[in-house]
Structures are given as C-alpha cells and as structure tokens.
Design a protein around this ligand. Structure first.
Ligand SMILES: [Mn+2]
Length: 315
C-alpha cells in the first residue's frame, strides 16, 4: 500500500476522526481541515471534529467549519479512533505535543504536510515539500480516491492553495498548484468569497497603522535585509491587522531577506521571507528554534525589541 491507500484504509476503518490544525491557524491548515471534514462527514459517512489551540480567524469563517470546531488548550483524544494533523511540521505545532505523545501507539495517527522540516511524527506520514500547500496534497489524494469534490471541499482546498502561494505570487507557486486551482474552480470553488475574505481585509484605519510601521522600515544595504518592527498590541492594535506584512514586503526589489518582528508581551515573534533561490530562511529560523519553508519561515524568542539609532536589537 502507498501512503494514500494507507490513509483511506485508516479512514474506512475509523468511526470518529479528529482533524488537528496548527496553532495560529491559517488558510492552509483550516482550508485543508474544512475539505477533509466535508469529505469525511459527507461521502465517507464518518463523524469528525476539527481541533486547534487557537480560534479560527474571522477571515476564515466562510470555510463554514465553526460548528465542527473545538478551540481548547486540551482535548480528550480517547473519544477518537483516528487523528489527522494538517500542515503541522512537528508535534509542537499542534499546540498539544504532550497529549499526543501520551497517546502514541494507542490511537492511529496520520500526518499530512508540505514543510521540508517535517519530523514524520505519525504512524502514516504523507509529507511532500514540493506541494504548494497541504491543501494541494489533500486535493491529490481525494482525486486519487475518486472522491466527489463538493463546493465546500473545493472552496477549502482553493483557500489553502491561494493563501499559501500568496495568490500565486511566491516561490511555492508551481504548475501543479495552478492546475489544481483550475480544476477546483471548474468544480465550483468559490474564489470570490475566498478573495473577499482573505485578501480584502483592510480598513482605512488598519492601513494607517501599516503606514506607521512602514514609515520606520529599516534597510541594511550591506546585507540587503529589510526589517519592520510591529510594536505590541497596546500601542498598535490587534496583531491580526499586520498579517500579510511580511509577504507584502517581498515586493521590495532589492531585498534578500525580509524580517518582520512583532512584540507580544515578553515574546518577540519573527517572520522571515526571501525571494532569492540561494537563501533558505527555514534554516535560519531553525537556529532560533523555529521552522517553516525555505522561502517563508519564522520563530519566537523571549525578549524585548529595543530600537537603536538606526537599527534594533533584542534584549
Ligand atoms: Mn501550508
């Protein structure tokens, strides 16, 4: 049996399936969960629940999974006979690594992901770093299984592919991703709903806050590093407002590395991007205990961002 066959055989033998999204959930992990959830509870006639340690962002409510969704710091895994993690490079990403480790070998686990840093932590690991998104992997296994793709399934999958490729503009964009998207559109994916919810998110007020941050953009000419600093919520409003800033900054033509630092209580969250073939920001992130993709990665460290005369440091 190949991995896809193992996955569908495990699904067929299960009754109640838990889908786990990574913490700080995005369009790919939630879009993948939505697609799999609607397949499982539809054609496959299974019970299913979607779990995440953080809430669904408002921009992804249109995926229509709010009723199937549990947001909690903990969960009783014994209620389930199969666990599928989606877009989680390692157990830490699930937000419940201890709970999952405890149940290891007691409940069957499946890991579907496209991060090159994936640690293959499950019983069945379907990890493809060439895939633009985990949603693209779900798309191809549903196709291999000859499952029918409903509007809810296709919309979830297209949301994952569009958001992870930043609307077909970043290095994850491949002909397979575009071909999958074309097929999903043909099958009825609601692209306007995806764009309106995930892309058209700004208010004039939120863009003024972007302006404030961008007006203090730092550029290190020697190393061609652009960095932006987002102050903590008390000073600058909700962190959500600044989502997408790192991706936006990749449009700067002479930047090798983009760094966006966000102060959150005593923690500094760092997002990194590059558009250069020879640079791997995931490797850089790993040095600080983080991870991600070669062209988009991040990490968190305890500390305080301190602005210096023409740069910044972390204390
Ligand atoms: Mn992803």
């Amino acid at each position: 049996m190949n991995e896809t066959e193992k996955i569908f055989s495990a699904i067929n033998q299960s009754k109640n399936i838990l889908l786990i999204c990574h913490r700080a959930p995005d369009g790919d992990t939630l879009g993948s969960a939505a697609a799999l959830f609607f397949y499982l509870t539809g054609e496959a006639k299974k019970k299913s629940t979607i779990f995440c340690v953080n809430e669904i962002p408002e921009s992804l409510f249109f995926l229509n999974i709010n009723n199937a969704f549990i947001c909690s710091k903990t969960i009783n895994l014994q209620l389930f006979d199969l666990i599928v993690t989606l877009d989680c490079a390692d157990l830490k990403q699930t937000g419940i690594p201890e709970i999952l480790s405890e149940q290891k070998n007691k409940i069957q686990t499946i890991n579907i992901d496209h991060h090159a840093t994936n640690t293959n932590y499950a019983n069945v690991n379907l990890v493809n770093p060439q895939a633009s998104a985990t949603a693209e992997i779900i798309y191809s296994i549903l196709k291999q299984n000859k499952s029918s793709l409903t509007k809810q399934i296709t919309t979830g999958l297209l949301a994952g592919i569009l958001t992870d490729t930043t609307y077909f503009s970043n290095a994850a964009t491949t002909k397979q991703a575009v071909a999958a998207a074309a097929d999903l559109l043909k099958e009825g994916a609601k692209i306007r709903q995806i764009i309106q919810n995930t892309w058209c998110r700004h208010s004039p007020e939120s863009l003024k806050l972007w302006g404030k941050v961008l007006s203090e953009l730092q550029y290190n000419e020697k190393h061609k590093i652009v960095s932006a600093i987002i102050p903590d919520e008390a000073e600058c409003g909700k962190a959500e407002i600044f989502e997408g800033m790192a991706n936006f900054l990749t449009s700067i033509y002479d930047a090798d590395i983009i760094i966006v630092l966000r102060q959150e209580n005593g923690i500094v969250k760092c997002s990194m991007r590059t558009t250069k073939d020879e640079i791997n920001v995931a490797e850089l992130a790993r040095k600080f205990g983080g991870g991600g993709h070669a062209k988009a990665a991040g990490f968190s460290i305890p500390g305080q961002i301190v602005k210096t005369e023409n740069s910044w440091r972390i204390d």
